[in-house]
Ligand binder design. Structure first.
Ligand code: 7RM
Length: 648
């Protein structure tokens, strides 16, 4: 009953090329197996050794203290600082003059910061924070465009021990207000604006609106980016450039206990208010450091680009902390992927000679829709490795990414993880793993992942069930800010002793994991529990379909019936004939039980600001209900209205 039937079977497999394997950091299955075994059998030895690769102000005494489960303590007794790990450790050698951040604004302006320059900027802004009374333990909200000052602000907060709470620059005033209040933030860092599709996004104005009644916020720092007009609250507001001009660049890192909070990051629950996911210092850094090194196989000559916004965990771990801890050159881009043309990303790859590219399935599907002619205009031959994150990637999109962007030569790392896990958990290692389109493949070092039934019993090969993690890991969340009970309840109550991720999955006969989407989204048709992802994947494999979202609506006969929302590409026109063809296509690909009762054509699907489809909103639309759910993370409100209009 509890199991999820898996109906799609992908059999293609792509081992790394000999050239890639030979040069990779981990290049043999034996080496991977040995390290993986050690990481599970003797985590103290494994993680202790990795942690000692990073700089410490005081050494740690114990690797893991799990006596307070489910709140772990890693590297206890140790003291370090994230800015020491990400910046200072590179300043004594040749990396001091290496580019740390290679930034391009949407209008095409470029700025580079070497590690030495980044260090000076971080120390100066850290002193500017101090000068306004921000001290260790104070929470600082950051609401900024993707400009270098965002990375500097994050590292400066870390330097003085003030946990940051980055709020994605697309959120509304109400969302900022809720997050500032929940986190008890006393200072905010923002900008006049950020460029988005040729226009300045008025960030400062949104912060002003959010803070109207916020008595506890004593300072708002404002970066001048777009030179748009801003209102000014005397005594509260400070220009970034004035504050750093007055600050000197000598600022020793605050010695932080391993378990001191590094940051809060809010993630939307399916219901209720957003959860302030709490990460601490040393364990998080060790996780971000090691995964960046091995999953992206980072080398000193790589030009690494993660296209996420720093407002999401992907940007925290894989723009800022992980790559910088490895001394990498990180590309940062401010604007939209189709501004001023749909080939902008590929133009950036060519111009900056990007070697490693990490992006999301939602972006890949958009590129497919925009057409192959755009990437074809640019030289993508510097790319050597591709990654994806955020959602299950359908095999169609995976194959397109491999062929059109990767020139059939780049391995693809499909990385499964969560805000809560802090770092990548299930992923190929690019020099070792034979990748399969749609599978995140194997658990990373130290990760004990399993698929279980409703009772917590491990399931056999290819049986769909619930994804759990059975051992603590260094970068795991330590709690939900201000709500320890919700932490236990959400992640640890379903199966005592196991971390419940909320995702469905199956593990195949080779030990590869196939993530089947959120279990809240599972369909139940005539007693068959089906994964939304598999039905969507079947729909998207039809040539006319670009994106699909599938939900269940109540049905008298079958309990639930499948309702599919699809967007069509240039090659298709919505019609009754296409509707029937799509239903038939799913029946052929998967079986009659998965045949959608209804297919609705949509111009766009409701997505979160990080690109995940919000199926819970579509469920209301399919059932003809008004939605009473949290829509604050919705990217484009008009999509919902348009979808509702379709019903008439
Ligand atoms: C990094 C991030 C987490 C949820 C997670 C999954 C889904 C993420 C993949 C994936 C299939 C992947 N953090 N998810 N990566 N599903 N394959 N490679 O996205 O907190 O915002 O979301 O995203 O459902 O639980 S997140």
């Amino acid at each position: 009953m509890s199991q999820i039937e898996s109906v799609l079977h992908e059999t293609r497999s792509f081992p790394p090329s000999e050239a890639f394997r030979a040069a990779a950091r981990i290049s043999s299955a034996e080496e991977y197996e040995r390290l993986y075994r050690e990481s599970l059998d003797d985590p103290e030895a494994f993680w202790g050794r990795i942690a000692r690769e990073l700089p410490w102000i005081e050494p740690f005494e114990e690797v893991l203290d799990w006596s307070g489960a489910p709140v772990a303590r890693w590297f206890t007794g140790g003291k370090t600082n994230a800015s020491l790990v990400c910046v200072d450790r590179h300043l004594d050698g040749p990396r001091a003059d290496k580019t740390a951040i290679l930034w391009e604004g949407e209008p095409g302006d470029v700025r580079t910061l070497t590690y030495a320059e980044l260090g000076a900027e971080v120390r100066r802004f850290a002193n500017a924070l101090k000068a306004r009374g921000v001290k260790k333990g104070d929470r600082v909200a950051i609401y900024m465009p993707m400009v270098p000052e965002l990375a500097i602000a994050v590292l400066a907060c870390a330097r003085i021990g003030a946990p940051h709470s980055v709020i994605f620059g697309g959120f509304s005033a109400q969302s900022i207000k809720d997050r500032v209040e929940d986190g008890g933030c006393t200072a905010v860092i923002t900008a006049d604006g950020g460029w988005r599709r040729g226009k300045p996004l008025p960030l400062k104005a949104t912060v002003d609106e959010a803070l109207v009644h916020a008595k506890d916020v004593h300072t708002v720092f404002c970066v001048r980016r777009c030179e748009n007009d801003v209102d000014w609250v005397e005594g509260r507001d400070v220009w970034w450039h004035d504050a750093v001009a007055a600050a000197d660049d000598d600022c020793p890192p605050e010695p932080m206990d391993s378990e001191d909070t590094l940051f809060l990051l809010y993630t939307s629950g399916s219901t209720g208010k957003p959860k302030g996911i709490q990460h601490t210092t040393a364990g998080y850094l060790v996780g971000a450091y090691l995964t960046s090194r091995y999953v992206f196989d980072l080398r000193d000559d790589d030009v690494y680009w993660c296209t996420a916004d720093i407002g999401w965990v992907t940007g925290h771990s894989y723009i800022v902390y992980g790559p910088l801890a490895n001394g990498a050159t990180v590309v940062m881009y401010e604007g939209a992927p189709n501004e001023p043309h749909p080939g902008r990303f590929w133009e950036l790859v060519q111009k900056h000679k990007v070697t490693v590219l990490y992006t999301a399935p939602t972006a890949i599907r958009a590129f497919m829709k925009w057409g192959d002619e755009h990437p074809a205009k640019f030289d993508l031959s510097t790319l050597r490795l591709l990654g994806t994150v955020g959602e299950p990637i359908n095999p169609e999109a995976w194959m397109w990414y491999r062929r059109t962007i990767g020139g059939e030569r780049c391995p693809i790392v499909d990385t499964w993880w969560q805000t809560e896990t802090g770092a990548i958990m299930i992923t190929p290692l690019p020099g070792v793993t034979a990748t399969k389109p749609g599978s995140a493949t194997r658990p990373f070092f130290g990760v004990d992942a399993a698929v279980v039934d409703e009772e917590g019993n491990e399931l056999g090969p290819n049986e769909g069930g619930l994804l759990v993690l059975r051992k603590p890991w260094p970068s795991m969340l330590r709690g939900i800010w201000g709500d320890p009970e919700r932490y236990r309840e959400t992640y640890w109550s379903r199966f005592p002793g196991l971390y419940f991720a909320g995702d469905g999955a199956r593990k195949d006969e080779d030990g590869c994991f196939w993530i089947m989407g959120r279990v809240d989204d599972v369909l139940n048709v005539s007693g068959h529990r089906l994964s939304t992802m598999e039905v969507e994947s079947a729909l998207v494999s039809h040539e006319a379909v670009v994106e699909a979202a599938v939900v269940a609506r109540p049905d008298e006969l079958t309990g639930e019936a499948i309702c599919a929302f699809v967007t069509v590409g240039a090659g298709g026109e919505p019609s009754d004939a296409l509707r029937d063809a799509l239903k038939e296509h799913v029946a052929v690909e998967i079986g009659k039980l998965a045949r959608p009762a209804e297919v609705r054509f949509a111009e766009a699907l409701p997505k979160t600001r990080s690109g995940k489809i919000m199926r819970r909103l579509l469920r209301d639309i399919a059932a003809g209900r008004e939605t009473v759910q949290d829509t604050t993370t919705l990217e484009d409100y008009s999509v919902l209205a348009r979808l509702r209009g379709d019903e008439e």
